[in-house]
Design a protein around this ligand. Sequence first.
Ligand code: OSB
Ligand code: MG
Length: 356
Amino acid sequence: MGITIKEIGLKTMRRPLKTPFKSVLQQVDEREVIVVSVRDESGHIGYGECVAFETPWYTEETITSCRFVLEHVLLPLLKGQNLQHPKEVWELFNAVKGNRMAKAALEMAVWDLFAKQQQQPLWQFVGGTLKAIPAGIVVAADSAQIEERVAQANNAGYKRIKIKIHPDTDPSMLKSVVNSYPKLLFFADANGSFNKDNFERLKEFDDVGFALIEQPFGEREWVLHARATAQLNTKICLDESIASVEDVQQMIESKAGDIVVLKMSRLGGWTETLKVVNLCREHSISMWVGGMIEFGVSKAHNLALASLPSVDYPGDFSASTHFWEKDIIQPAIIVDNGEIQLSDQIGIGYTVNLAE
Ligand code: OSB
Ligand code: MG
């Protein structure tokens, strides 16, 4: 019984973005990921996508460190193993410190494989219930372009728009943009660009009309985040700070935030992410699924995650055509009236095309 992992494949995919993605941390013009595939005896293939960046500007891992760890450390631990449940992958990797993004790619592929063996869509296999996932787009551009990009997103049917901010962004400009679209939900993402010296500046964003402000301070700044959570009316949401279940416990105990961004890649895959979801549920902490400028394999896993009860804010889910001329999955992900319909096909629900 169970599944025996017969073959594991690693394929690098590299494509330019249609438009540069500009945040306070980095400008991204091109994306390289590793698509991981795992095959069992019956010929089913499960897919995962490693979404570390080229350099360590967002997380410590890089696509090169992940390729090394996958090839030389994780693949040998998984290959030939007989598994009864995909949770066992996390245990197999127990002796390997950190490297959660590398682990996630492989672990997620095994979850897809199990869903396929059980002839179930992945979203059902993990306990998802919602079939129409609310979409959400990110405006990562210079201040001068924000208004125009928001108008484009609104025209494309998005109902949730996340705007990248930093201490030099003008809150009054943002306020007039937000006020122009009373039916849309706006998030702000500061990517840790504020600090104790410009705390008062952060407060100026409090009455812009954002539903939440994501990661105002650095990833270990629990005290500053607790101060912001206490002093601002706008909800504080942690992204970079949340890299494990223990980080969520820390957030709860230190009252350092109201909302958690789920990034399965940074957490190490489905097993750890499902633990985070359960912990947040127990403490009535809201959640949403964050994006990584990723291709469709990672997106498909994330859509399944967003299907779970109590993942209650719209995530970073834009259409395949937002970042890419051509995605690596078929059919492409489309946004219709602000929603993405989940597939009824087994596993991640899309076919994967690894041609260049
Ligand atoms: O901070 O949420 C972030 C993209 C790359 C790295 C970090 C972040 C992002 C995003 C999501 O903002 C973009 C997306 O994939 O939709
Ligand atoms: Mg973020």
